[in-house]
Design a protein around this ligand. Structure first.
Ligand code: 3HC
Length: 302
């Protein structure tokens, strides 16, 4: 896989200036990972509070790297100093690559990217971190759709090695190569996938989550399922995973994939995840999902 990625990256230049749209869990994780890899990062969000939260998390991760002896205090501070947060569009004209990680709504993604595009250099590449929307539907909002690719990271971004790089028909080869090169520089394992609902991983994950929710609806304790899957060797079971991913995101992925592949999805799967999302039980981000969550004195969620 690495060799294929190196081939796909070709002689694409390194990304030195990255512009991240959205300071949520994914945007914040991407920003820290990029700064850790030596890139200059600007993170834009409309919410000052979201930007502050992302920086707090970056500081926590930096401190952990120092405590583990993987970074000196000086280098950790230098990584943090490479991240600039903003609510305006400053520096967009310097970006080699923009990664959009705003809310998973097609119209919002289309609007923010269409508004940003005129401020960018003509050769700047735009990537969307959408987890299941069609990248082609987002590309249609751009004056230059050839500059758009998907870069689908997994949560938590600093630890998960896989990166799905999504090619749309219109994507220029140089844009694809730059996204793959960036993925390699972020120490990820990029795989190039086609533009379809759910790409590669979320199609498989959705079948798994639907099998899980069917068991829950039949009365099996979700904790018992988690313990069994962990004992089987997976890092976390499905209930905990949905708490990490967030019920809103999880429900959206299931909805998009169900609509995209009606012939492959059971029509009567129990909508446990969507019901929890509607009830505000979003998982770690809201303090309760399948499990109850609180932040310890070291800032870690337990
Ligand atoms: N951010 C950064 N680093 C984190 C982290 C976070 N949120 N959570 C854990 N880590 C790091 C820890 O710092 C630790 O690193 P270190 O010990 O080397 O410093 C390392 O990960 C292991 O952490 P822990 O020992 O605390 O806990 P675990 O061994 O249980 O690992 C885990 C935690 C990496 C999250 C692991 O449980 C895991 O891999 N879970 C599966 C996650 C997964 O499948 N994600 C994909 C979700 S699907 C998705 O994102 C797609 C979307 O489109 C829906």
């Amino acid at each position: 896989v690495k060799k294929a990625a190196q081939k796909a990256a070709g002689d694409a230049p390194r990304v030195s200036s990255l512009y991240v749209l959205g300071a949520g869990i994914m945007g914040g994780g991407i920003a820290w990972t990029a700064a850790r890899a030596g890139m200059e990062v600007r993170v834009k969000d409309i919410s000052e509070a979201a930007l502050q939260k992302a920086m707090e998390e970056a500081r926590r991760l930096a401190a952990r790297e120092v405590a583990r002896g993987r970074l000196s205090e000086e280098k950790a501070q230098a990584c943090l100093a490479r991240i600039r947060t903003q609510t305006d569009d400053n520096g967009a004209d310097q970006a080699d690559l923009v990664i959009e990680a705003v809310v998973e709504k097609l119209e919002v993604k289309r609007q923010v990217l269409a508004a940003l595009e005129p401020l960018l250099r003509a050769d700047a590449v735009i990537a969307t971190n959408t987890s299941s929307l069609r990248v082609g539907d987002i590309a249609a909002a751009l004056a230059d759709p050839g500059r758009l690719v998907g870069m689908h990271f997994f949560n938590p971004v600093p630890v998960m090695p896989l990166l799905e790089v999504v090619r749309v028909k219109a994507t220029r080869p140089e844009a694809l190569a730059l996204a793959v090169r960036c993925g390699l520089d972020l120490k990820k394992t990029p795989v190039v996938v086609s533009d379809c609902p759910g790409f590669l991983v979320n199609r498989i994950l959705t079948a798994y989550i639907n099998a899980f929710t069917r068991l829950v609806a039949e009365g099996v304790d979700f904790r018992a399922i988690d313990r069994a899957m962990e004992a089987w060797g997976w890092p976390m079971g499905p209930a905990l995973l949905e708490d990490v991913v967030g019920m809103d995101t999880g429900a959206h992925v299931i909805e998009v994939i169900s609509a995209g592949y009606p012939e492959r999805m059971a029509a009567d799967y129990p909508d446990v995840i969507a019901a929890m999302a509607r009830a505000g039980r979003l998982g770690q981000k809201s303090g309760a999902g399948f499990y109850a969550w609180s932040r310890g004195s070291d800032g870690r969620l337990t």
